[in-house]
Design a protein around this ligand. Structure first.
Ligand code: SF4
Length: 369
């Protein structure tokens, strides 16, 4: 059985070196029970926790000052003990199509990216789950320096709330995709804890059917996700139709292999009833040939899937290129002729380093030069 890569699963943000002051707790990392206990110890009734939650998730509060129906003394006590947000926005970029990308600097100096995409009525967000990534996909900026650590529940939620705060009052988040930096299934406890809040009607109130977890395919973690019984959408990044090519592009495949990934995905489909999505980043001259398209149709035969094909977004310093229009059209035609449900995703936010990990690298280089 392939071992899950990387870190201990409940790893939290490390302490800052040399900080004399005890650090405040991150409110978004504090469970409802822990908050209720904290309030009870100070003689406050349990309903105060509900008020605080409402301010956080629907009132869009980013400080205790704005929680106007809490007693002033409680607001002071909360501000002494907790941070509502404990990261900062190192950089924000907006593209012409309205896509906004935030480079979030975490409390220990690590950086992750998250994105708000506007598409018709949809307000989708793409959120990171780890600082860096251990999967090492050769075409991806996020994995170039490996993985530093898992994000905590609060750090994942903070990205969601920071993006929500960028919307006008009249708009709300509609979809969440765990497809930013990191492999979400390598940080399953943190990701599931954050998504529990995201789907809770007293949290962000987003149906699990509008939440997608994107993975390179870690079978044991897919099994755990299925056992959890919450019907999230699962998007499996294939990127190649055979083990030889996939192991080159997605090195973790050497330890796993395509077949076990597909078997785990099939079981997830059987238990959740949610249609599977497969992702395929189309790299010019690498995995965009007619032979690859035909092999892919054979691999997917008999499966009810949506195939998302994403023409590659070039990353500075990497040798991969966007496929030309002809090969994109040919690839599409072969899949469609074979009856595969296929969607070619538009690249949004091209001019703001929209591919995950790019903004972090770009900014890192600018700081270094
Ligand atoms: S594509 Fe996703 S899984 Fe692969 S290295 Fe990048 S962040 Fe990790």
């Amino acid at each position: 059985m392939p071992s899950l890569p990387v870190l201990s699963q409940n790893q939290s943000a490390p302490e800052e070196e040399g900080s004399a002051q005890p650090r405040k707790r991150h409110l978004l990392d504090t469970s409802d029970e822990a908050l209720a206990e904290w309030l009870a110890e100070r003689g406050y009734p349990a309903f105060r926790a509900k008020q605080i939650r409402r301010w956080l998730y629907t009132g869009r509060a980013d400080s205790f000052d704005t929680m106007s129906d809490l007693p002033a003394k409680l607001r002071l006590e909360l501000a002494e003990a907790f941070d509502v947000f404990n990261a900062s926005e190192a950089h924000v970029s907006t593209s012409r199509d309205g896509t906004e990308k935030i480079l979030v600097r975490l409390i220990d100096g690590g950086e992750v990216e998250c994105v708000l995409l506007r598409d018709g009525d949809r307000r989708s967000i793409c959120v990171s789950s780890q600082v860096g990534c251990a999967m090492g996909c050769v075409f991806c900026a996020s994995g170039l320096d490996g993985v530093d650590r898992n994000l905590t529940r609060g750090e994942i939620l903070e990205q969601m709330l920071r993006l929500q705060h960028r919307l006008p009052e009249s708009e709300r988040l509609s979809h969440i995709v765990m497809m930013g930096m990191g492999e979400p299934l390598a940080n399953l406890p943190g990701v599931l804890a954050a998504l529990d809040v995201a789907r809770n009607p007293e949290g962000l109130g987003i149906s699990p059917r509008r939440i997608t977890i994107s993975t390179v395919g870690l079978p044991p973690a897919i099994e755990k996700l299925a056992a959890g019984g919450v019907p999230y959408n699962l998007a499996v990044s294939l990127h190649a139709p055979n083990d030889e090519l996939r192991s080159e592009l997605v090195p973790v495949n050497k330890k796993i292999g395509i077949e076990p990934v597909l078997t785990a995905a099939d079981r997830y489909f059987a238990s959740s009833g949610r249609r599977l999505t497969f992702e395929y980043v189309l790299l010019g001259g690498i995995n965009d040939s007619e032979a690859c398209a035909h092999e892919l149709t054979r691999l997917l035969r008999g499966r009810s899937v949506m195939m998302n094909v994403i023409p590659y977004n070039p990353v500075e310093g990497l040798p991969y290129v966007t496929p030309n229009k002809e090969s994109i059209a040919r690839f599409r035609q072969i899949l469609e002729t074979a009856g595969v449900n296929v969607m070619f995703r538009q690249r949004k936010g091209d001019e703001i380093d929209a591919a995950c990990g790019q903004l972090r690298r770009h900014r890192g280089k600018q700081k270094a030069s």
